[in-house]
Design a binder for this molecule. Structure first.
Ligand code: 5GP
Length: 206
C-alpha cells in the first residue's frame, strides 16, 4: 500500500450516501440516469411506492411497486431508512438496499423527496445533500406539461408542492440549477469528486 492509499483509506470516506431531491419535472430522473451511466461506482437505490406504475415503468427497475398493506407492513418491520407521503402516495427507501450498495464499495444514490432527504441527513449525517432546482416555476410547469405522463390535476398538485419543496433548499449542502442538463451533470460530478477528497471528521471504524 502506498502512503497515499494508506492516508486515503484512513481519512477519506469511500462509499457515499448521496441524496438528490428537487421538484417533480426538474429533470432529476434524467440527471440521475446520466450520472449512473457515466459512473459505474454509483448505484441508485430502487425505492418503494404505493403509486401505480406509469406506462413503461417496470417493477424492481423504476420502483418496487407495493400495495398500501405491503407498504405499512414494511414500516412496521422497520425496513425503511425513511418514508414519506409525497403527492398523496407513500414512498420509502429500503435500508437494506442502501447497505447492500455500500457493501459493494459503491456510492448509494437516493433520488427522494425533501421530507425523506431531511430524515436521511438526521440518520446519516455524512450524506451528501444535493438539491436540483428549476430555472423558474414557469419553466417547471412547461416541463411537466411536456412530459405528458400525468393528468392536469396531478400537474397542478406537483406545481403547488414545488413551491413548498424549494423552501427546503437551506437544509441541503449543494444547489444545482438545471437550466442545461450537461452543465447540471458536470456540476454534480464536480461536487461528488470534491466530496470523495474530503477528509472525514469522524474517526473511521476500527
Ligand atoms: P414520482 O412519482 O414522480 O416517481 O416521484 C415523486 C417524488 O417522490 C419524487 O420527488 C421522488 O424523488 C420521490 N421519491 C421517490 N422515492 C422516494 C422515497 O423512497 N422516499 C421519499 N421520501 N421520496 C421518494
Amino acid at each position: 500500500m502506498t502512503n497515499r492509499n494508506f492516508a486515503a483509506s484512513v481519512y477519506l470516506q469511500n462509499e457515499l450516501a448521496i441524496v438528490i431531491s428537487g421538484p417533480s419535472g426538474v429533470g432529476k430522473g434524467t440527471l440521475v440516469n446520466l450520472l449512473i451511466e457515466a459512473n459505474s461506482s454509483i448505484a441508485k437505490v430502487i425505492t418503494c411506492t404505493t403509486r401505480a406504475p406509469r406506462d413503461g415503468e417496470i417493477n424492481g427497475v423504476n420502483y418496487h411497486f407495493k400495495t398500501i398493506q405491503e407498504f405499512y407492513q414494511m414500516i412496521q418491520s422497520g425496513e425503511f431508512l425513511e418514508y414519506a407521503e409525497v403527492h398523496g402516495k407513500m414512498y420509502g427507501t429500503p435500508l437494506q438496499d442502501v447497505n447492500k450498495i455500500k457493501g459493494l464499495g459503491k456510492d448509494a444514490l437516493l433520488e427522494i423527496d425533501v421530507q425523506g432527504g431531511v430524515c436521511v441527513k438526521e440518520k446519516l449525517p455524512d450524506a451528501i445533500m444535493i438539491f436540483i432546482a428549476p430555472p423558474s416555476i414557469d419553466e417547471l410547469e412547461r416541463r411537466l406539461q411536456g412530459r405528458a405522463t400525468d393528468s392536469e390535476e396531478t400537474i397542478a398538485l406537483r406545481i403547488k408542492n414545488a413551491v413548498g419543496e424549494i423552501e427546503y433548499i437551506p437544509k441541503y449542502d449543494y444547489l444545482v440549477v438545471n437550466a442545461d442538463i450537461n452543465t447540471a451533470l458536470e456540476e454534480i460530478q464536480a461536487i461528488l469528486h470534491a466530496e470523495h477528497l474530503k477528509i472525514r471528521k469522524t474517526k473511521p471504524c476500527p
